[in-house]
Design a protein around this ligand. Structure first.
Ligand code: TRP
Length: 459
């Protein structure tokens, strides 16, 4: 395959790595991981999650990057051109990926908007000053029931995202993500340093790494596998698209390992930033925070900190920065398909994709307002639109896309061409390639299928 033109390539290997990390490191790592780790028994859950990162995450990320780089094209075209037979059928993995990405972004952007509204509240003194958790819950509830506010921030997030994506690969995504990640790491390190000075730091370490087996169930295993995909942005072609902008000299396996390690470290650091503050604020039932951990429990506990008001503003700014690098990667997938398969100019493609996703986010923003899209009203499995789309895309479609990619590697792609992606850069040569191939075509699909069957309560 011919390489893409220079303006549609990463400026450097580091730029690619940072962009991939920016995609991975988002609300999944900073907002979702701490509360699901707490709910599922801390250390044991973390351990299982780490196993899945190694057995599912790293191999699949390398697979997506290799497919993208080898084809030098966006997901739909990539699966089609690389398949040695049945091109149309394999293409559907790419199509599913685009749909999944569009769905995920439509509600992810709404959640990213929450952090912006909380940033505004914390900066303008709009957060409660009492020690009453219900007061904080009230603020959160009020936000969820204000579709106007949710839509406003959703549009703001989409505009920021479209602005970055519209500027292109090198001059937009790469440049902006490098800035975002630099800011993110700076903030994260400062926050961690601060948490380490708190007397509750050691207790938090014990909580995150200690085994609390009573909270660990078979559901936890599913949760860990699903989260491994989501947090590494796998299963819908985001890493594939980013890999397609990579030149032929850089390695994919080493990047996949590095990105996975950094994302995991950041998730653990997020726990060690959040829990010392919550414990210090007198909240000991960490597993009860749920999705409100960052939005209710944390602002309440932060009041006990010196400079607590500043601290909590910094946290919400951090969430937004992290989310933006992720939304950019989600939008880039449909945009690259519109460019590659339909010949649209980048700006037009960006406007079109962002417009459709902004509209699709509207029912997500209306999910908590009594009416057609709220729970029980959609009449579809009794879930609100938000929960339905989240469940369908993040749990089902991502795993399905991941499984499809494993099967594609196993049956559809030319083995020599695939091996070239790994061996060309002398990344440990053939042995490592074979180990990767075995994991991707045997171990990962088995785990995915078992998790599927378990979710369907087959056994
Ligand atoms: N990984 C991001 C997070 O943890 C979210 C994300 C970005 C994503 N791109 C994705 C999830 C693609 C699934 C697929 O927040």
């Amino acid at each position: 395959m011919e390489e893409r033109k220079a303006s549609s390539q990463w400026g450097s290997r580091l730029g690619f790595m940072v962009a991939a990390l920016g995609s991975a490191l988002g609300l999944g790592s900073l907002w979702r991981f701490p509360y699901i780790a707490a709910e599922n028994g801390g250390g044991l859950f973390v351990l299982v999650y780490l196993v899945f990162i190694v057995l599912l995450g790293v191999p699949l990320m390398a697979a997506e990057m290799a497919i993208g780089r080898s084809s030098q094209s966006s997901p739909v075209r990539a699966y089609g051109t690389l398949a040695t037979r049945h091109k149309r059928a394999w293409q559907s993995i790419g199509v599913l990926g685009v749909i999944t990405g569009v769905l995920i972004l439509s509600y992810y952007s709404v959640v990213a908007g929450w952090s912006l509204d909380y940033l505004r509240l914390s900066l303008t003194g709009g957060l409660p000053t009492s020690n009453d958790i219900d007061a904080f819950k009230g603020v959160f509830d009020e936000l969820l029931k204000s579709p106007g506010t949710l839509l406003f921030w959703h549009v703001v997030v989409m505009l920021c995202t479209a602005w970055v994506v519209g500027r292109g690969v090198k001059g937009g995504i790469e440049q902006v993500t490098e800035w975002l990640m630099a800011i993110l790491f700076l903030i994260l390190i400062v926050l961690l340093g601060y948490s380490m000075t708190l007397p509750t730091f050691i207790d938090s370490v014990k909580f995150v790494f200690g085994f609390h087996a009573e909270d660990f169930t078979s559901e936890s295993v599913l949760e860990a596998a699903g989260h491994a995909f989501f947090t590494l942005s796998l299963g819908m072609g985001a890493m594939l698209t980013y890999g397609s902008y990579l030149d032929k000299r850089s390695g994919v396996l080493s990047t996949a390992v590095l990105v996975s390690v950094m994302d995991t470290v950041a998730s653990l650091v997020a726990c060690l930033v959040v829990f010392p503050v919550t414990l210090n604020g007198g909240i000991t039932e960490l597993k009860e925070g749920g999705p409100g951990l960052v939005f209710n429990t944390l602002p309440l506990s932060a009041q006990a900190l010196p400079f607590g008001g500043v601290w909590i503003s910094v946290v919400f700014a951090l969430l937004f920065v992290a989310a933006l690098a992720s939304t950019v990667s989600l939008l880039e997938v449909p945009v690259s398909v519109l460019i590659d398969s339909f010949g649209l100019a980048r700006r037009k493609a960006t406007a079109l994709a962002a417009g459709v996703i902004t509209l699709l986010g509207t029912p997500a923003a209306l999910s908590w307002t009594p009416g057609f899209f709220s729970a029980g009203m959609t009449k579809i499995f009794g879930k609100s639109w938000f929960d339905l789309v989240d469940n369908l895309s993040a749990n089902w479609f991502l795993s399905l896309g991941a499984l499809g990619t494993c099967l594609f590697i196993a049956f559809a792609m030319d083995r020599k061409q695939l091996a070239a992606e790994f061996v060309r850069n002398h990344e440990g040569g053939r042995k490592l390639f074979q180990l990767w191939f075995l994991t991707t075509t045997v171990v990962s699909p088995i785990i995915i299928v078992v998790v599927f069957l378990k979710t369907l309560n087959v056994f």
